[in-house]
Every structure is written in structure tokens, then in C-alpha cells.
Design a protein around this ligand. Sequence first.
Ligand code: ADP
Ligand code: MG
Ligand code: MG
Length: 874
Amino acid sequence: NKMVYYFGKTKTEGKGKAKNLLGGKGLNLAEMTSIGLPVPPGFTITTDVCDQYYKSGEQLPSGLMADVGKAVKTLEKELGKKFGDNKNPLLVSVRSGAAVSMPGMMNTILNLGLNDESTEGLAQATDNARFAYDAYRRLINMFGDVVMGMDHHQFEQAFDKVKKKYKVTDDTEVPAEGLKELCVAYKEVYKKHTGEIFPQDPFAQLELAIKAVFGSWNTDRAVKYREIENIRHLLGTAVNVQSMVYGNMGDDSGTGVAFTRDPNTGKNKFYGEFLINAQGEDVVAGIRTPQPVAEMPKWNRAIHKQLLEIKDTLETHYTEMQDIEFTIERGTLFMLQTRTGKRTGLAAVKIACDLVKEGLIDEKEAIMRVPAEALTQLLLPSFKPTARNAAEVLCKGINASPGAAVGTLAFTAEQARESKDAGENVILVRRETSPEDVDGMSAAVGILTSTGGATSHAAVVARGWGKCCVAGASDVQINEKAKKIVVNGKTLTSKDVISLDGTTGEVMVGAVETQEPTLSGDFAKLMKWADKYRTLMVRTNADSPADSKRARGFGAEGIGLCRTEHMFFEADRITHMRAMILASDEDARRTALTKLLPFQRKDFEGIFKAMKGLHVTIRLLDPPLHEFLPHDAAAQKEVAAQLGVKPAEIKERSAALHEANPMLGHRGCRLSITYPEILEMQVRAITEAAISCAKKKIDAHPEIMIPLVGTFQELATLRAKVEETIEATKAAKKYTGKLDILIGTMIEIPRACLTADQVAEHADFFSFGTNDLTQMTFGYSRDDIGGFLPDYLEHEILESDPFQALDQTGVGQLVDMGVAKGRKTKPALKIGICGEHGGEPSSIDFCHRAGLNYVSCSPFRVPIARLAAAQAAI
Ligand code: ADP
Ligand code: MG
Ligand code: MG
């Protein structure tokens, strides 16, 4: 297997190869080279080598360093420089780069190849001794850090000593002589802490650096990042060895990071930042605050123009918005990286629509470009304008990632995690975030930093997660130890609440009220395209007229699940419900149920009206009855008083209803078998509501769904009861017109899937209840999985929480079987899904392939489901 791929004028071996092999950075360096962009030449060591490295107990495969040596030879020839030379030395960077970008998670070493001799050579070649020794001391420091695992602080003392000697305070004021002395001092520090001499052989440096980059693949923070981002099945990182260019050679040099379009809004405007006379990571690390690229023409008009041309070249080549890194060495521009730019959901939609308009991609491609999950961000709340105007603005930072976040202050990642676990909303406040903070960032609802710009680590990570972030709010003085911030004379602690506006960059005191979003024209356009290509229908889970209306606004094409039990919990109803449960005989039960009937009828009428013309699936009572009774003594006493019974009676009934395994107990259709009068009341309410709608010319289509069926006999018995009740209700109401009422069942018990051909004989429709189906197939209690799921995920026993993403391998087989057997009996059987999975993209993809007619999900997820359904169909 080829281990090393060269890119440069001599040859570009990686062009068109797989990202999995070369990593994103390596592949794109090859691509950029091949389309003629100015890329410093270099070579990429494959991810496969990283895999071998780990498999052989952290040993580089034999022959690798020989191949590296050959590639270095080619570089030397191409550039007319020599590695370790005492006249004009070749220096390289050693950069990590996996197939999936992990910003700032892994290591990079710059200026590699310097030693005592070549530093002298660099000084001569560039006629700049200060620059050369500055590069050398940076290398020793970085090499000590990254390769030898030294602590950065171990070098600081030596630097302070030199600064003192030359009576300066800033690093940049130390003269060449001082830096030369510093290099000597650094080498001593290095030797003291590592027990070794700083390697003078550039190939020895290179070999150690390559190993260190491979090593950075498995640092805690990198592992954590992959866990949070759910990145799996990668071989490892590639290593890119690239000839150095210098952005720190003076005021005609610089370095920058930019997006070809605005990653917040999607506007087609070059967006980014640069720093004059700076090297490498100064921009990304957020140490100095850079200038926006819009200011660049004032500094160097030609470079700015060239960057705009490169923007077009890249977008035409990749037909996609790019995130680039560049460096200017003495007025010459070099491209160091390009990748697909992370963006907000809002920007993703706008960019996809604009690229269609510009003729770069077609509608189908546009649909595929927007991650369905990202739409959540468009559906995110913002601050109410009135509340905003009234709010006290503490200070303003850079609007790094949009949205509205309200929470208490957390000063460390650990604190953020702890408070979040305690159920609090927290805002993580840091000077700047580093990759070690990712866990805390993930726990926080918003992120506030006092330094760094819109391309700092905090900003990039927050945007990727759709999390609100205000960066570089320099008025915020953070005291991490004392856990407080001082902003313009005001002190706030962990107890205080602030509100962050990621769209404007403002930081406000207290909890500012938020509001629902309004959707843009591009959003509507994308949804229209999605509707054109998808074949799955999208319904919603709703049990109130308000939710139904909202879901319809989001494009719901009916209700897939209306849970009737929610309707019994309101104060005016629960008493009747409890009276019904406490009743000692059927007559008493019927009396109580009669009181519940008008409430149910009114609810159904409201929902039918909101959903007029569309189907509404109503599930008959599902939970075990004890859920409606109070459990502690005080509440039992209170309820007893309300119902005019003795507290002991409630206690007794509650005890009698107690079950060892309530989820496998007396619930679902089993309730209706024992207490048919409950079913009768509900069916009567549905029928009366339908009749009332018919009279008002409201087009209602109820579907009565019987839950938890495991045998066809259950369904046959209850179906007969339902039909009987519908007829009786019509007769009582003297209604002779037609009513469109279907009777079907939930398929949520494995046995129902196994016998779906029999069940289908008695069903007008099936709806997979994949929550229970998952619970019963795995034998995992939904309510108790939290106890062991984290371990299962950590040990990769499970890939993901099966209650979030449908287990296609196992549970999926039961769904497939249920569909096949059901349709064998009734070819046109209407089949949907109504569990949580109905709004999750990978599960929706499965539902499409399984041949379902519709998915059903919560109102806010309807647009996500529409898009995911289209993506499944394309
Ligand atoms: P990351 O993946 O963390 O962004 P990179 O490998 O991109 O790390 O390196 C970080 C920065 O180092 C780059 O943005 C660039 O500015 C600088 N850098 C890397 N290689 C070179 C090089 N060959 N010449 C000049 N600067 C470089
Ligand atoms: Mg980079
Ligand atoms: Mg269920």
C-alpha cells in the first residue's frame, strides 16, 4: 500500500483520491494544487499508516521513513532548499488532518527542520536573524509541548529572564541577540524536563513529530470530541508535511482565516479575519484580535483581489461554500487549507438556495446539502423585541453564532457540566475557549468569551452545534478562581442570570423573554422542493388544537398520534378521572365517565377543526390507571377530600393497582378489555365530535387507534365494540349521514409484528409505536436505560441510543415483517410510525425504505421530517 502522496509542481498524487485515505486537509491540499492555486508543496501520509501505527503498538510501519525521505528529496529539488541546510534550509509544518474536520483537536508543529546550524542559515537566507531565532525558539517550545508532552509554562521563566535583561515587556520587542540567547536557554529547559538533547537531526525531528500527530488522534479531548460529534469508523488521522511559508516576516506578511460566504447568514460575501505579521495559529487561537478581511484592501489591495478570485475558483470547483486558511509572505499569497465551511442552519438554507440560483447545483443537490437536523436552528427562539428593548445591555461582543440563550454563569467546563446535570441552563464564560472546554460547551446553552473573533475556536464549535455564542466581549473581566465577572463596574457571579444574543453580540442582565422564529423565503422554497421529491407523508403528534395549528403551519399533513391521556390531566378533569378509577362498580364508573365525555368531545372537535380535511389518529387510553392517582399521603388526603371519600380508600385502591412491571401490565387495549366503558366513552366522544363537525361542514377524518395489541383476538374484540359504539352514537344522535372513521391499531409488541397478517384482517391501518417496540425488542426499560446506556455507548456495545435512532438491524426487521405481513393480507394497508423516531432523520430514511406511508413527529420537527423524507427519496 502506498503510504505517502506528494503534492506540488513535480506531481500531485492525491488528486481525486478518497478523503478517508488522505484526510480532508490532505485531499484538499492536493485538489487546490491541481487546480493551480498557490499551495506550498508537501506530502500526505495516509490514515492507513495511522491505523497500522496503532495496530502495531505505536510503531511506524517499516519503509515509511524511507518513503518520507524520498518525498523530502522531491521537495528539496522543487524548492531549491535543503532540509537542515546551513545556508537556505527547508522548513516544514507537520499537520494532522482526519477525514472529518476536528477543529483544533489535534496537533500541528510549525518550523520543523531548524537546528543550531539551519537557524543560522535561515537568518542569512532571509537576512533576518530576529525572525530566524524567533522561529527556532517557537519550534523548541512547540516541539517540547506537542512531541514531548512538556508544560508550556516550563518555558516561560526563561523568556521572562531574557525580557528582563533587555528591559522590554513584549515578546516582539526582544532583539535578535536576545532571541538567540533564549534559544540556548530553551534547549536547556528542554533537556532538563525531557532528559534529552533537543534533536538536531531534522529527520529525527520529523519522525518524532509524525508519531506525535498520530498520538494526538487518541488524546482525551480528541476522543471526547468524536464522541460528542458522533464520529465513528475512522482509521485515524493523516499527517501532512508541508513546506513552510512565513506570515511573520514583517508588515508585508500576515495570516488569515476566511469563509467564502457569511457562515452566520449565508450572504454571498467574503467573510473572515486576518492578522498582519503573524504566524499560524495566532488567529484561530483567539490570542490577538484580528481585523475583518473587508479592511484588507487598505493594507494590500492586490492580495484582497486575488483572494476574491480564489473564492470564485474554489466555489466553482467544490460547488460549495469553503472555509479557508491563507498566509501572505512578503506580499505573496499562499493557500494552506480549504474545507467545506461549517455554517448555521439559516446559512445552510440560504447558501443551498443561492447555489441553485447561481447554477452551481440543482434542487435535489440543494436538498441534500442542508442537514435536516440543522433546521432546528431556524426554528429556534429569539428575544422578544419589547423585552429586548427593555433589557439592560451589559456589553457587546462579536456575534459569533446566532440564537438566544438565557442561563446562569458557569466559569469552567466542569461547572457547566455539573450545573447542566443539576437541571440548570448555563452560559459558559471563558477568556477564550480551548478544545479542553468542549464538554462544557456542549453542556451550556450559550457561550461567552472575552477574547477572540468570529473564527476563534469557540465560534466555530458553537456554530457547528447551533449554539448561541458571543465572542471577544472585551469588557468582560473574568475571575475564574472567584467565579465572578466584572463588566463595566457591575459584578456577576454563578448565581446571576444573563441573556446572550448571538445575532447581535449583545450581553444582557437577567432573563430576557424569548419568542418563536419567523421563517424566511428561502426556507419556504427549500420546503417546497422537499415536498416535490418526497414520497413519505409527514404527520404530527399533537393533542391540543394549538399544537395542531402550529404543526399545520409547519406543514403537517395530519395527526399521526393524538394521546388522549394528556387530556385527562388538567385540573377540571383529573377529579372525574380519579372518581372513575376509584369507582367500585361499573355503574359508578359510567357516571364518572359521563362527566369526562363533554371535555373529550370538545377537545376532539377543536382538533378536527384545526386539522380539517386531514386525518387525525386518536389513540384510546394507554397508560396504566395508577398513573392518574396521587402517590404520597398528603396528596391522597387532598384528593380524598375533593372526592368525598376516606384517604384510606384512595391508598387501598392505589395499592391494589400497583404492578411490579407497569409497562408490561394492565395498560393499552388490556384496559379496554377489562373496562369497555372507558373505550365506549372515548369512541362516543369521537363520534359525537365528528357528527358535530359534519353538521358544521367541517371535513373531519378520525382514525381510532387501539394500542398495545399483541393478538388479533384483542383487536377483533375491541373493533366490534368500537363499531357498535359508533352505530349506537349515530342512532342516539339520529344522524344518518356518512362518517369517515377508520379503526386501526398500533403495532408496538413484537408478537403483533410476527402475526401482522392476522392483525391486519381487523385493521384499517397500522401505526408502528417504535418506542414500545424498541423497549420490548431489546428488553430495555425506556425509563431505566439511563443507568447503563452511557456504558453501552462508551464500550461501543451500542452505536447510539436506540430510543433516539431506530435500530434498523433488529427492530427494523420487525417493522419490515409487520409491513410485509400486513400488506400480504391488505395490499393497500395504510402504515405509519408515531414513535419519537418519526422525527429523526436516519429513522425517517429507514421508514422510506420500509415502504411506510407516513411518519409522525412533534410539531417542531415537522420541517425536519419533510426534508429528511426528501433526502431519503433522492
Ligand atoms: P488545524 O487543523 O488545527 O487548523 P493546521 O494544520 O491547519 O491546524 O495548522 C494551523 C495553522 O498553522 C494553519 O492555519 C496555518 O496558519 C499554520 N500553518 C500550517 N502549515 C503551515 C505552513 N506550511 N506554512 C505556514 N503556516 C502554516
Ligand atoms: Mg487549519
Ligand atoms: Mg406505546
